[in-house]
Design a protein around this ligand. Structure first.
Ligand code: AMP
Ligand code: ZN
Length: 462
């Protein structure tokens, strides 16, 4: 069954096939680590995780590279403003390096809590400075750069294909780029490849370069690192839709100008998570909700956010509200109970081929998770034997990543519940029904309902 993916570059759904049959190269623009990731950022990383899992489910091997932006991302989109990491350093009274290390760790914890698979390669902008300088030198040798008082810039007029990724025309892109004016730029869309440390200022993060002491522009890191870590395997490059007009447009321009070859075949973008009537969630806004403050502190499991993300297609906006998180918590719990009610499964039970086909058809239709979730419900309500349902739904969980086998793992139960369950089992074996009933009541008090079934004892969270 073909895997159809929407390619921003061609504005159409296209059948996906890797450039090299052995492995798919996937590059996902990673976080800028000056603060916690908010739920909007995490929505994008969840869409990318589903993409990766669907590639794996289709039998592809995936080489996944994710960068950590720990330098050079300025508060203004167009090479103006302050470095976000240095701003974070001032805000918190820690060094820029400490800020980056702290929020990198926090990000990786969020990923783990959301069952987002780790990339094959993690790479940091600050660990790849020579590679970025080398790429800028190639651009310089080919005549694509010029110097201003504050840095080395890419001359977008020298690259006739500039702006092709965007749905806006070049004029509109230029208009947008005029908002933050830099009079020394030859064209409004030109962007910094290397920025000089301001005269008289000692930045915390700065390096020597052939052009002077300074730091890389934000876009060059993703070109340098994807070429370094993926080589020719430039299959799919992803990010949020806000990356289309500037960051990805500039990555394509500088990479193709340098290599003379196409830079990534598929470009995929996730729509925003919005809050309060269509307002984008942003780190700079007050509507900054994290996994910790919007879910964990309210007792909502992080995976409820993963579940919630599956209810909108990744190319449609997702609306955040407290009520939608509560609803997702209930939905996830219900799904866990449905799966647990299927019993322990039978050895050798295989996934049902026709449901597998249905599920594959939906996820292969540009990652249609709302419809894939409907197939899950159809399966659970079908007449198939419980063991087959169970094998099938656990097979789907390779894509869903919702820990659907979780409640069967005894170590998930609190210690005191586990002890009571073991004691009750012993009492039943000894036919001490009064004691078994007493223990059932004790377990109930701790929030678990005991059900005795033909397949053995089952616990439901009450
Ligand atoms: P950043 O850490 O700002 O570099 O962003 C990390 C990722 O989150 C990028 O792919 C952005 O495009 C994406 N992003 C930023 N805001 C939102 C939002 N409100 N909804 C969905 N994705 C977002
Ligand atoms: Zn990037």
């Amino acid at each position: 069954m073909p895997l159809l993916l929407y390619n921003t570059r061609t504005r159409s759904k296209e059948p996906f096939a890797p450039l090299f049959p052995d492995e798919v190269g996937l590059y996902t623009c990673g976080p800028t680590v000056y603060n916690y990731a908010h739920l909007g950022n995490l929505r994008t990383f969840l869409f990318e995780d589903v993409l990766k899992r669907v590639l794996l489910y289709n039998g592809f091997r995936v080489r996944h590279v994710m960068n950590i932006t720990d330098v050079g991302h300025l508060t203004g989109d167009r090479d103006l403003g302050e470095d976000k990491i240095e701003a974070g350093s001032r805000r918190e009274g820690k060094s820029a390096w400490e800020i980056a290390a702290f929020y990198t760790r926090a990000f990786r914890e969020d990923m783990a809590r959301l069952n987002i698979l780790e990339p094959t390669v993690w790479c940091r902008a600050t660990e790849n400075i020579p590679e970025q300088i080398a790429l800028i030198r190639v651009l310089e040798d080919k005549g694509f750069t010029y110097r201003t008082s504050d840095g080395i810039y890419f001359d977008t007029a020298r690259f006739p294909e500039y702006g092709r990724l965007s749905s806006q025309n070049l004029e509109a892109l230029r208009e947008g780029a005029r908002v933050e004016r830099n009079p020394e730029k030859r064209n409004p869309t030109d962007f910094a490849l290397w920025k000089f440390s301001p005269p008289g200022v000692k930045r915390q993060m700065e390096w020597d370069s052939p052009w002077g002491r300074g730091f890389p522009g934000w876009h060059i890191e993703c070109s340098a690192m994807s070429l370094k870590y993926l080589g020719e395997r430039l299959d799919i490059h992803c990010g949020g839709i806000d990356h289309i007009d500037i960051h990805h447009t500039n990555e394509i321009a500088q990479s193709e100008a340098a290599t003379g070859k196409p830079f990534f075949r598929f470009w995929m973008h996730g729509a925003f998570l919005n809050i309060q009537g269509g307002k984008k969630m942003a780190k700079s806004e007050e509507n900054f909700l994290t996994l910790e403050n919007a879910l964990v502190r309210k007792g909502i499991p992080p995976l409820a956010f993963r579940f919630a993300a599956f209810l909108s297609h990744y190319r449609k906006p997702m609306e955040y509200s407290e009520a939608s998180m509560e609803a997702a918590r209930g939905g996830l719990e219900h799904l866990h109970n449905q799966v647990r009610d299927l019993g322990p499964g039978a050895p050798g039970a295989a996934a049902d081929a026709s449901f597998r086909e249905k599920f594959l058809q939906e996820v292969n239709d540009d990652l249609n998770m709302p419809r894939a979730m409907a197939v899950v419900q159809e399966l659970l309500k079908s007449d198939l034997p419980p063991a087959v349902k169970r094998a099938t739904v656990l097979d789907f969980d390779r894509v869903l990543g919702l820990d659907l086998d979780r409640l069967d793992r005894p170590e998930e139960l609190p210690e005191d519940v586990r002890r009571l369950v073991a004691a009750r089992k012993a009492a039943r074996e000894a036919k001490d029904w009064a004691e078994a009933d007493r223990l059932r009541a004790a377990i109930q008090k701790l929030g678990y309902t005991v059900k005795d079934t033909r397949e053995g004892m089952k616990l439901l969270k009450s």
